[in-house]
Design a protein around this ligand. Structure first.
Ligand SMILES: Nc1ncnc2c1ncn2[C@@H]1O[C@H](COP(=O)(O)OP(=O)(O)OP(=O)(O)O)[C@@H](O)[C@H]1O
Ligand SMILES: [Mg+2]
Length: 417
């Protein structure tokens, strides 16, 4: 590269003077690691006494001066000098920052100089005071961290709000349904009871009359028989009690479901009461089983546990989310196991399934709001997010272990007190 053209209107003196007005320090060192040139900013920024800097002096002397005044931090001065000499002798481009004893931060950039033949002839280094920039950068970094924290907080608050809203909606809906069904079902059940009594009375009355039939003339007996055949009395006798039994069974089931809905309806979020976790799990299970496939078997292993102070409504929601996920993870035959026991100062509940398992790369995200692997429209991805928050709000924790292809196990820990 022919640089002479660019210098043809500039005297060397002029050039060197201009370098002394630069706010950036500059030094040139030759291959013997001797200082060939430095400008004023170099001496000022590095805070060297004027009389120390003599052109031709060795870098070793400069390094030693720095090491002795503690510029390189604590440590053995000889070692600090030697390691810097070794680094310099490599003749490699370098760039680093150094915080000086007085707190100022310098950025040092060095580049190797080559002659026409491509042989290194030394290096030129620039020294810039970047203290202000660094302080600004640190301030920005701090502000960024504060913002991130505030954002995280906001996200958690939003999640909590969403959860509260979801719980309130479920609660409202459940309360409405429970209320609407509760009254008519009461009438139907008492009506069914009365009807059963009436029917029994009627059937025994008919039996009574039948006994008297023997005293009737033959013609009347035949007429009675044809009437009985017409209404299929034998069939009524046989079928009516079975029908009533089925109706009673159905009504009991509806009554049970209404009872279960009340769990969601009356326990408002954050309202706690002493509850038996096994009962809460059972209520949620009774609802969840309706969504399970035919070939899913349920295995329960409940130990004796103390009552815990909790929001049964929220926990039922958590169990429901876990049971639903377990059921959805099993295609065809499989098993869902629920184990509840006391573990130290907590009640532990494991819900495991023999389903698809969770891919390792998904494990870190399953509790994220809106994370779902289900088809669009079939999963909101809020089940576990809400569950996680609920458990956390109640002072507990939820963990998961999963082996893809074999199944998953979600463990809930809730504190006894
Ligand atoms: N027992 C499980 N087995 C396999 N994967 C599971 C299981 N539980 C959760 N997952 C995975 O975690 C994801 C998130 O679950 P989450 O309950 O939060 O949302 P979802 O079930 O997809 O949707 P939603 O519950 O709102 O209907 C699921 O999409 C699924 O990939
Ligand atoms: Mg789910």
């Amino acid at each position: 590269m022919d640089t002479t053209k660019r210098f043809q209107h500039l005297e060397v003196d002029e050039f060197l003077t201009s370098l002394d007005f630069l706010p950036i320090g500059m030094s040139i060192v030759d291959t013997h690691l001797q200082l060939r040139y430095c400008n004023t900013a170099f001496i000022e920024l590095l805070d060297f006494p004027e009389n120390l800097i003599i052109p031709g002096m060795s870098m070793e002397a400069l390094f030693r001066y720095n090491a002795q005044r503690g510029d390189y931090g604590p440590g053995d001065a000889d070692e600090q000098v030697q390691s810097r000499m070794a680094l310099s002798a490599k003749f490699e481009p370098h760039q680093f920052t150094r915080t000086r004893g007085d707190g100022r931060i310098l950025q040092i950039i060095g580049r190797v100089m080559y002659d026409q033949a491509g042989q290194p002839i030394g290096f030129v280094s620039l020294y810039e005071d970047i203290t202000k920039e660094k302080i600004y950068e640190q301030k920005l970094e701090k502000q960024h961290q504060e913002l991130s924290l505030a954002y995280e907080d906001l996200k958690q608050t939003q999640l909590a709000l969403l959860q509260a809203e979801k719980m309130a909606t479920v609660g409202h809906l459940a309360a409405g349904i429970a209320h609407e069904i509760n009254n008519p079902i009461g009438f139907v059940i008492s009506g069914e009871n009365a009807l059963e009594g009436y029917l029994n009375d009627l059937l025994s009355l008919v039996a009574h009359y039948e006994q008297l039939e023997t005293h009737y003339p033959e013609q009347s007996r035949q007429l009675m028989q044809s009437n009985k055949d017409q209404v299929e009395l034998a069939l009524i006798r046989e079928d009516a009690p079975a029908l009533l039994k089925e109706i009673r069974h159905g009504l009991t089931r509806v009554k049970e479901i209404v009872g279960q809905l009340k769990v969601f309806a009356f326990d408002q979020p954050n309202q706690t009461a002493a509850a038996d976790l096994r009962e809460v799990a059972d209520r949620a299970l009774a609802i969840a089983v309706h969504g399970f496939g035919q070939q899913i078997s349920i295995h329960k292993d409940y130990a004796e546990i103390p009552l815990i102070q909790c929001s049964a409504g929220e926990l039922a929601q958590v169990f429901l989310a876990l049971f639903s996920n377990a059921g959805q993870a099993i295609s065809g035959a499989g098993q869902i196991s629920i184990r509840i026991a006391q573990q130290e100062q907590s009640v532990r509940c494991d819900i495991s399934d023999t389903g698809s398992g969770i891919k390792t790369e998904h494990l870190a995200h399953i509790f994220d709001p809106f994370f779902t692997t289900k088809a669009v429209g079939s999963g909101t991805g809020m089940g576990l997010a809400v569950a996680y928050n609920s458990i956390k709000q109640q002072g507990g924790k939820i963990e998961v272990k999963s082996t893809p292809g074999l199944g998953s196990c979600f463990s809930i820990f809730l504190p006894l007190s």
